[in-house]
Design a protein around this ligand. Structure first.
Ligand SMILES: NC(=O)c1ccc[n+]([C@@H]2O[C@H](COP(=O)([O-])OP(=O)(O)OC[C@H]3O[C@@H](n4cnc5c(N)ncnc54)[C@H](OP(=O)(O)O)[C@@H]3O)[C@@H](O)[C@H]2O)c1
Length: 252
């Protein structure tokens, strides 16, 4: 990684993978803008990042809300003058529910957060990255193993994460002319609050309930830092980082 200061926005930075990645980026020379709906967890992340002695900016924001997203990127530009990296990480899984019982509101809240939120942030990042000097930047989207294969009763989450794959590809393609690179990390069972239920047992495709192996989110953060560390003429298009023995490869 070169030594010039870099600016990153991490959405969903108040917990889980977002917090691990924010801290790891700060330890690798980034000033980090911390975004998420709740202020207190973002401030707790800022305290952790502060120990790495880099500048942080806490911007409570809702990625589902276009005006809130515009404000997030405007505040970043005001504070730092540029944007080198966007980690589109904010996401919700929603409650597991039979497809036929899903409410419209439930469907919409998951898709609005995971897919529309990623799009809105990407659009604002493009506006900054395409005209800044030096030009360009990198966008890393947080997909999932659910971008490849569903869990039972997970229609909105699985559909939104499959759609992220399409958005990552079109972002990489449309970003070429502006020196904007886009890659996707697909995570499986990193030990965060969202994955806590894996340790208790989760429904499997054959109707049984099984405890699933998990992995340390620090290993996800290291992977994101690696993706971010490449020069803009190189890109990790897709990376899968998963608990080695989780049921995915081998059909179970
Ligand atoms: N953990 C895993 O094994 C795993 C596997 C595959 C994919 N992922 C993906 O990794 C990402 C992070 O998950 P995690 O495991 O770290 O879970 P998490 O701890 O629940 O993190 C989700 C974060 O997103 C934020 N968020 C939710 N809705 C938001 C909104 N509308 N606007 C802004 N921020 C919002 C939350 O903060 P607020 O509630 O304060 O907004 C929270 O900090 C998600 O996209 C998830 O799908 C995780």
């Amino acid at each position: 990684m070169d030594s010039s200061p870099k600016i990153a926005i991490v959405t969903g930075a108040g917990s889980g993978i977002g917090r691990y990645v924010a801290v790891a980026l700060a330890q690798n020379g980034y000033s980090v803008v911390l975004a998420g709906r709740r202020k207190e967890p973002l401030e707790a992340t800022a305290l952790e990042v502060g120990q790495a002695n880099y500048q942080t900016l806490v911007v409570p924001s809702d990625v589902k809300d276009p005006s809130s997203v515009r404000e997030l990127f405007a505040k970043t530009k005001d504070a730092f003058g540029r944007l080198d990296l966007l980690f589109n990480n904010a996401g919700i899984s929603g409650r597991a529910m039979p497809l036929e019982d899903l409410t419209y509101e439930h469907w919409k809240s998951v898709v609005d957060t995971n897919l529309t939120g990623t799009f809105l942030c990407t659009q604002e990042a493009f506006k900054i990255m395409k005209i800044q000097e030096p030009r360009g930047g990198r966008i890393i989207n947080n997909g999932s193993i659910s971008a490849h294969s569903p869990r039972p009763n997970s229609a909105p989450y699985t559909a939104s994460k499959h759609a992220i794959t399409g958005l990552s590809k079109v972002t990489a393609l449309d970003g070429r002319k502006y020196d904007i690179a886009c890659g996707q990390i697909d995570i499986g069972n990193a030990s965060t609050e969202m994955a806590e239920r894996m340790k208790k047992g989760v429904p499997q495709a054959n109707g049984t309930i099984a405890v699933e192996p998990t992995m340390d989110p620090t290993d996800v953060a290291r992977a994101v830092v690696y993706m971010a560390s490449l020069p803009l003429d190189a890109n990790v298009q897709f990376m899968t980082v998963m608990a080695t023995k989780m049921p995915f490869i081998g059909r179970g």
